[in-house]
Design a protein around this ligand. Structure first.
Ligand code: 0O2
Length: 212
């Protein structure tokens, strides 16, 4: 496909990523303004590169007609949480929204992938409005803890380096590291209430200073 046509195709996806990142950051801000603990710590987004889209189409035998239905992560948003329990809170916030419709949920948090990957994925339908009018697109939202994100980032770089042929000794180490991440999240959860109290009182104080 010509580059001009790719650009045209990707316009609503670029818009969706920008809007979704802005909306989730706004949710984080709203929690803070109301002196509430925010289950959202950080939000990032990206539009999948053309090369990556082509690779996925090849790997999964996806035709051009099926592209927008079957490559569900052309628009991708990642929501990072501090604690394990926050993941479900964020998922529930998304389920209750009227501006996005959840099509599918993939729970790799309780059902870890063989690699050791943990994350909660939601595929949503999201309406965009461009010069060409209204278009509903699919987007993938990945929700994970800071610790899960640490693991996934390192593993992703290694996957990239070894192009899917990860040496077994490395895969084993990563699998052990994934167990440690699980333990770390559990330990952190046990101090969650203390941390939430501390953050709420810090927020309250900074809001008081801002009011002066
Ligand atoms: P990117 O943009 O480089 O992150 P797939 O397993 O990818 O063929 P599917 O069914 O399309 O299949 O999606 P899945 O498994 O729900 O999730 C796809 C995305 O989740 C990946 O996107 C990664 O971002 C992330 N992911 C899934 N498994 C792993 C894993 O083992 N390690 C890491 N680090 N991330 C994973 P892409 O396509 O890889 O693209």
């Amino acid at each position: 496909m010509e580059i001009r046509l790719w650009r045209e195709l990707l316009i609503p996806y670029e818009l969706a990523v920008k809007e979704l990142v802005m909306k989730f950051n706004q949710l984080k801000k709203e929690h803070k303004e109301k002196d509430l603990y925010s289950p959202i710590e950080q939000v990032t987004g990206r539009v999948k590169s053309i090369n990556s889209i082509l690779e996925k189409m090849q790997k999964k035998n996806i035709s051009w007609d099926e592209l927008e239905e079957k490559v569900e992560d052309i628009a991708g948003v990642r929501i990072i949480c501090q604690f394990y329990e926050d993941i479900e809170k964020v998922a529930e916030l998304i389920r209750r929204r009227s501006d996005m419709q959840v099509l599918e949920e993939k729970d790799y948090v309780t059902h870890m992938k063989e690699s050791g990957y943990r994350s909660y994925h939601m595929i949503i339908l999201y309406a965009t409005e461009t010069l060409n009018g209204r278009k509903e697109i699919r987007a993938e939202i990945q929700i994970r803890t800071l610790a899960m994100n640490f693991w996934a980032t390192i593993e992703h770089s290694l996957q990239y380096k070894y192009k899917g042929n990860m040496p077994p000794h490395l895969a084993k180490r990563l699998s052990r590291a994934a167990d440690s991440i699980l333990q770390l999240d559990a330990e952190m959860s046990s101090v969650r209430n203390e941390v939430m109290d501390a953050q709420n009182s810090m927020l309250h104080q900074s809001n008081l200073v801002a009011d002066i």
